[in-house]
Design a protein around this ligand. Structure first.
Ligand SMILES: *[C@@H]1O[C@H](CO)[C@@H](O)[C@H](O)[C@H]1NC(C)=O
Ligand SMILES: *[C@@H]1O[C@H](CO)[C@@H](O)[C@H](O)[C@H]1NC(C)=O
Ligand SMILES: *[C@@H]1O[C@H](CO)[C@@H](O)[C@H](O)[C@H]1NC(C)=O
Ligand SMILES: *[C@@H]1O[C@H](CO)[C@@H](O)[C@H](O)[C@H]1NC(C)=O
Ligand SMILES: *[C@@H]1O[C@H](CO)[C@@H](O)[C@H](O)[C@H]1NC(C)=O
Ligand SMILES: *[C@@H]1O[C@H](CO)[C@@H](O)[C@H](O)[C@H]1NC(C)=O
Length: 181
């Protein structure tokens, strides 16, 4: 690791650390910053999720947003597939069927929104991007709450439904960092 050296100010030192950690590994640096900006966001989850894509380690912030959005889209696709399977089961009652149908629509909207979002990103429309991802983020809790209200039961858990929400939180933290830079 090569770093330019300066003893002059604390400010310069902070800048130096920033530059060094950037050179070391962009992913760890950006996840650390994202987790710092949002108490609900885990640094470990961020690193573990994004590391699944080897490009993440040396990606720019823009590229990390795209990588995390693609992960969220693949999660949505999987959740939708899972809900369709539940809907196909003959034994479900009409309340469960209605609630699942709503969830399917919510996740389908979240999917379209995330696709729109990738376009917002290309045009650097960060404010709209933030609104889009926040809307997609709400889908999971709206689905969950609606399911509970209509059926009295908890929405059946999947690995993907548990990672979708925090993934969208990562995307939002990254966009906020982008719009500040
Ligand atoms: C963290 O989560 C809590 C409960 O879900 C929520 O009320 C709060 O607004 C969240 N904080 C941030 C910074 O997102
Ligand atoms: C990481 O990215 C920088 C700047 O984009 C590039 O110069 C460097 O070669 C990359 N390193 C690796 C290991 O890909
Ligand atoms: C869902 O997102 C997680 C990242 O948190 C990823 O590891 C997992 O592979 C994704 N699931 C699917 C089905 O793409
Ligand atoms: C998500 O949106 C894309 C593009 O609009 C579409 O091709 C795909 O079928 C959608 N997937 C789901 C699960 O809704
Ligand atoms: C997607 O969901 C289905 C049904 O829940 C599951 O069997 C499958 O393993 C999941 N796929 C991935 C790539 O996680
Ligand atoms: C996923 O499902 C589990 C079990 O019902 C639930 O506790 C959790 O809050 C859900 N997560 C999301 C993001 O919907």
């Amino acid at each position: 690791m090569k770093c330019a050296f300066s003893l002059s100010f604390n400010f310069a030192f902070v800048f130096l650390l920033f530059r060094c950690s950037l050179n070391l590994n962009n992913l760890h640096h950006y996840c650390y910053e994202a987790a710092n900006s949002d108490p609900n966001l885990s640094n470990d989850f961020c690193v573990a999720s994004l590391e699944a894509n080897p490009k993440s380690n040396n990606a720019s912030l823009e590229e990390l947003v795209e990588i995390s959005t693609k992960l969220a889209i693949s999660n949505v696709t999987n959740i939708s597939y899972y809900i369709s399977q539940l809907l196909n089961a003959k034994s479900i009652d009409k309340y469960t069927a209605g609630a699942l149908q709503d969830c399917l629509e919510l996740y389908s909207d979240a999917n379209s929104t995330l696709h729109d979002f990738i376009l917002d990103l290309k045009s650097k429309a960060y404010f709209k991007a933030n609104v889009d991802v926040s809307t997609a983020m709400d889908s999971s809790s709206t689905c969950e709450n609606g399911f509970k209200e209509r059926t009295g039961a908890v929405f059946p858990s999947t690995k993907e439904n548990d990672t979708f929400f925090p993934l969208t939180a990562i995307i939002i933290a990254f966009i906020n960092m982008l719009s500040r830079s």
